[in-house]
Design a protein around this ligand. Sequence first.
Ligand code: DAH
Length: 337
Amino acid sequence: MSDFTNSIEIIRLEALAAIAEAAEAEGLEKIRVEFLGAKGRLTDLARKVGSLPAELKPSAGQAVNQAKETVAAAHRDRLAAIAAQKKRGELLDITLPGRKPHPGHRHIIYRTMTEICDVFAKLGFSIVEGPEVETDYYNFEALNFPADHPSRDMQDTFFVGDKLLLRTHTSPVQIRTMESTKPPVWIVAPGKTFRRDDDISHSPMFHQVEGLVVDYGITMADLKGILTAFATSFFSPDTKIRLRPSFFPFTEPSAEVDIACVLCRGQGCRLCKGTGWLEILGSGMVDPALYQFVGYDPGQVSGFAFGMGVERVAMLKYGLSNIHDLYDGDLRFLGQF
Ligand code: DAH
């Protein structure tokens, strides 16, 4: 290597090192002028190529040009990097509060169902579950809905086979529990239920909590006492309830249970349609006909049952008007609970 190409190499390395160390655009510009400017060190060398012996000119010229290109490219890259870094710095405001992690939480329906079950658990009830795909026998037959009887019209059913269906209520768990346990029975059965219904207050899939008590000497006073305890614990301590005569094939007598309107407290308003009362569940004394299906002795035991819609009580408790808001998965809505 000639002295000339040697000095090109030294200046090239000096330039690259200086560029790599430059932290600001102004410093970088000084380096550019020092090496590539009109009086720069590499420009100076390029000018000297003309006075070299003829045989050295081509290779020396090529070496200088290459060095100038390499340094110019390094300068360009470093300038871009400094600009990008500056922009990042402008975007970073260290006085902003940190971003909170978004941990999520249980769905309002699941939470309401758990809350309902917790109230009954404190009253001594056990929590049991049953299958969502049921047989005709447990969903209807053994609950005293005979085949082809008009009482079945109350529950528009999704059939999945000849005698197989999506349960229309959680009441089949009553039969399954009595079949497998001897009295006394104190259970609640939460879960999903399905009906061919779809409007502002009905969804094809919804949730219920079933209750069943069968014991010695149970009367309707026990039914009213337990449901009063539930209503005052779940809604508010001064909640009043009333029983209204009704009909269900599996209870006799049957009663619809209302609570005093959560909004107007019984005065009458839009929510309670002027009645002062809101229906929250169906209930009644277990029809002795059921005991024959499960082998209990109606002369020995008696009981009561009830079934409530989870969506319904959640909507009353939280003042919601459209059941579908619960299922649309909009986090702005669900995040409120
Ligand atoms: N299974 C009824 C329904 O879904 C609700 C019901 C009413 C359940 C009375 C009961 C009861 O256990 O005793 O419409």
